[in-house]
Design a protein around this ligand. Structure first.
Ligand SMILES: [Zn+2]
Length: 345
């Protein structure tokens, strides 16, 4: 009890310190800097979709609203990433503190829950799309695995899921098959699965769905990703720009074949342009995984790229190594935790 309280107080103290660091950085005079805020899914607390999603992927619409309001009050200028990169390239005057908002993967909830907040504040944003998954009912493999571990535990003994067993290790469900995994247990399975390449995981899951039809049923009505109409509505608002996040969300360090790298990187831009979602100037590395050959292709076909490294971008900054802060419930649902995240080294 006492230990818990001490831990809580120390956490608050650390957060206050980092929040103070962030405020000092925001107010510091010096070369212009760019803060890039990253989000994946924007879901209200009551949304049932939260039950099968990794906690690090979700923020609430209220948190997004608070982040924008707070930074505006502190004097930050919200910019589109494209515009900021152009201005830097042309050596023109940049805002002292610019903030760009980005969303990864192209979730449907970005339209439903984030777009209204962007419109309310008149704030531009870039959404990084997985070009071959637009307009489909596709579920990314981590969400398929979450659904499996949380809602379909009784099937884990099936031979079509044998490939998954080495990654399940040491969870109570191995002895008690009746109750599902908790979100955090399932989250750690997902992290262990990342040693496999995405295509292998997807193929294994597809074969499991063929063998166990029940696995597909829960997903029949879900449409997790944005469709063309939603994309067009956002584009025509003038607030939203789209960037490329590969064709299939394959992590580039797992693609051994150079032709596959080119298809994923360059092909995703072509796809988005053919859908009429121009301009598509910025690339975003899935899972932040970068390889030398992939980086060369990105530099040859885009004007900038976003990483998953966190930090502030000080000018002059490398347009192909943009740092970002990824926000979710755990590090941004109060003004203190939001500022602390921005101030953490
Ligand atoms: Zn992604």
């Amino acid at each position: 009890m006492i230990v818990q309280m001490v831990k809580q107080i120390l956490k608050q103290a650390r957060n206050s310190l980092f929040a103070a660091v962030a405020l000092l950085k925001i107010k510091a005079k010096g070369s212009p800097s760019l803060l890039v805020l990253t989000y994946h899914r924007i879901l209200p607390y009551q949304s049932p979709l939260r039950q099968t999603e990794q906690p690090g992927m979700i923020a609430t619409p209220e948190a997004l609203d608070m982040h924008i309001s707070l930074l505006k009050r502190l004097g930050a200028e919200f910019v589109s990433l494209d515009t900021w990169l152009n201005t830097q390239r042309q050596d023109k005057t940049l805002p002292r503190l610019a903030v760009a908002v980005t969303f990864d993967d192209g979730w449907q909830d970005n339209y439903e829950h984030a777009f209204p907040v962007l419109k309310k504040h008149n704030v531009p944003a870039t959404i990084f799309l997985v070009s071959r998954r637009i307009n489909t009912a596709w579920q990314f493999w981590p969400e398929q695995v979450l659904d499996l571990l949380i809602n379909h535990t009784r099937h884990l003994d099936h031979e079509a899921l044998q490939w998954l067993r080495p990654y399940l290790a040491n969870h109570p469900q191995n002895t008690n098959q009746s109750s599902g995994y908790t979100i955090l247990q399932a989250d750690s399975v997902i992290n262990r699965l990342k040693t496999l390449d995405d295509h292998t995981i997807e193929t294994n899951l597809e074969q499991a769905r063929d063998a166990i039809p029940e696995l597909s049923q829960a997903n029949l009505n879900a449409r997790p990703l944005l469709n063309k109409q939603e994309l067009e509505t956002m584009l025509s608002s003038g607030l939203v720009t789209f960037g490329a996040h590969t064709r299939h969300h394959y992590r580039l360090n797992h693609l051994a074949n150079p032709a596959d790298l080119e298809t994923e990187i360059v092909g995703s831009r072509t796809d988005l342009e053919e859908l009429g979602l121009k301009p598509v100037n910025i690339f975003c590395y899935p899972n932040g995984d970068i390889t030398g050959k992939g980086e060369q292709l990105v530099q040859g076909h885009f004007t900038g790229a976003c990483t998953t490294r966190s930090g502030w971008n000080k000018t002059p900054s490398d347009p192909f190594g943009l740092r970002r802060f990824n926000f979710h419930d755990g590090n941004g649902n109060t003004p203190l935790s939001f500022l602390a995240t921005l101030g953490r080294p």
